[in-house]
Design a protein around this ligand. Structure first.
Ligand code: BTN
Length: 290
C-alpha cells in the first residue's frame, strides 16, 4: 500500500513500485505503508499496533518515510532525519505464538537487527561496517545508522516489537547539526558515490527477516559468533555511562548470554583488587582505544 503522504519533502522520493517488484521476502515489507514525511515511523507503527485486534496479520508490515520531522533516537534523543535520500523505516514484528521461549530472547532483537544491517551494507558497498554495542552502525568509527526497538501490546494484549532503523545513506554531511558532525558520516561520503536505497532495502529486508525467524525459532546461540565478529566494541577500551552507577572505564571483553556487554573494569578506585567483570545491559558506550 503506497500513499502520497503530506509532501513536505517531495524531493528524491523512494521508488515504491520498484521496491515491491524486487522484494523477495515471506512477510517483511509485503504490507508497505509509505509516506513522504511523517513525525516518526516508529511512533506511527506503535500507534497503529495499539488499536489492532488481529495482530498476526500485521507481522512484517513495513513503514517507510523519506523524512521525519520528529525522528526518535535511543535514550530519548532525536534522530536527525532530512529528506536527502536516507532510509527511515520501521518493521512490525509479531512473534509467532508457536515460537518457544520468546521472552528471554527479546533482548537479542536489537543486536541481530544491527547484524543484518551491517551485513547488508558491507555487501552493498564493500565498506567495513561494524556494530558498536548494542546496535549502532559504524564505518571507520563514525556512526552511519542507528536502531531503536520498541515493544508494545496490541488492543488484544498480543506482544509486538517495532524495529526502527535510520540509515544515513545519501544526505549531505553538512546537513548534520554541528554537534553531530564529528561522530557521524554517510554511506555515500564513505563510498564516494550515491547509493540506491531500493537496492539496499531489497537486500536488507530478507536478511532482517531471516535473522528474526532464526531467533524466534532456534534462539540466539547460532548467531552469537557472527555478532561477535561484527562488533567493533569488543577488545576496545571503552567508557560506559551507566544509568545508576555513573561512569566506568574498562575493556569490552565479550557478549553475555542475553546480549549484555561484559566489561573488565579498569577504573575502580583500588588498583590492588582484581579487575571486576561488569555486565552492562543499558548504557551509553564510548569507544576510546582499539
Ligand atoms: C539511535 O539513536 O541510534 C537510534 C535511531 C533510530 C532512528 C530510526 S529512523 C526510523 C525509526 N523511526 C524513528 O523515529 N526512529 C527510528
Amino acid at each position: 500500500m503506497g500513499g502520497p503522504g503530506n509532501d513536505r519533502c517531495p524531493a528524491d522520493r523512494l521508488d515504491i513500485d520498484r521496491l515491491q517488484a524486487d522484494l523477495h521476502t515471506h512477510a517483511f515489507g509485503k504490507t508497505l505503508r509509505y509516506i513522504s514525511s511523517t513525525a516518526s515511523t516508529n511512533a506511527d507503527a506503535l500507534a497503529y499496533l495499539q488499536q489492532l485486534t488481529a495482530p498476526a496479520a500485521v507481522h512484517g508490515t513495513l513503514l517507510l518515510a523519506d523524512c521525519q520531522t520528529a525522528g526518535r533516537g535511543r535514550r530519548g534523543r532525536t534522530w536527525h532525519s532530512p529528506a536527502q535520500g536516507n532510509i527511515y523505516m520501521s518493521v512490525i514484528v509479531v512473534p509467532d505464538p508457536g515460537a518457544k521461549r520468546i521472552g528471554p530472547w527479546l533482548s537479542w532483537v536489537p543486536l541481530f537487527s544491527a547484524l543484518a544491517v551491517a551485513d547488508c551494507l558491507s555487501g552493498c558497498t564493500e565498506l567495513a561496517v561494524s556494530v558498536k554495542w548494542p546496535n549502532d552502525l559504524l564505518v571507520a568509527d563514525k556512526k552511519i545508522g542507528g536502531i531503536l526497538c520498541e515493544q508494545t501490546t496490541t488492543a488484544d494484549r498480543t506482544p509486538a516489537i517495532v524495529i526502527g532503523i535510520g540509515l544515513n545513506i545519501n544526505a549531505e554531511a553538512d546537513s548534520f547539526p554541528e554537534e553531530l558532525r564529528p561522530g557521524a558520516t554517510t554511506l555515500a561520503a564513505e563510498a564516494g558515490h550515491r547509493l540506491d536505497r531500493v537496492m539496499i532495502l531489497t537486500d536488507l529486508l530478507p536478511q532482517l527477516e531471516q535473522r528474526m525467524d532464526r531467533l524466534f525459532h532456534e534462539g540466539p546461540s547460532g548467531m552469537i559468533d557472527e555478532f561477535t565478529r561484527r562488533c567493533s566494541t569488543l577488545g576496545k577500551t571503552v567508557r560506559v555511562a551507566l544509568e545508576e552507577n555513573g561512569i566506568v572505564q574498562g575493556i569490552a571483553e565479550s557478549i553475555g548470554p542475553d546480549g549484555c556487554l561484559c566489561l573488565r573494569v579498569t577504573s575502580d578506585p583500588s588498583p590492588t583488587l582484581p579487575h571486576r567483570l561488569l555486565e552492562v545491559r543499558s548504557a551509553e558506550v564510548i569507544h576510546l582505544r582499539g
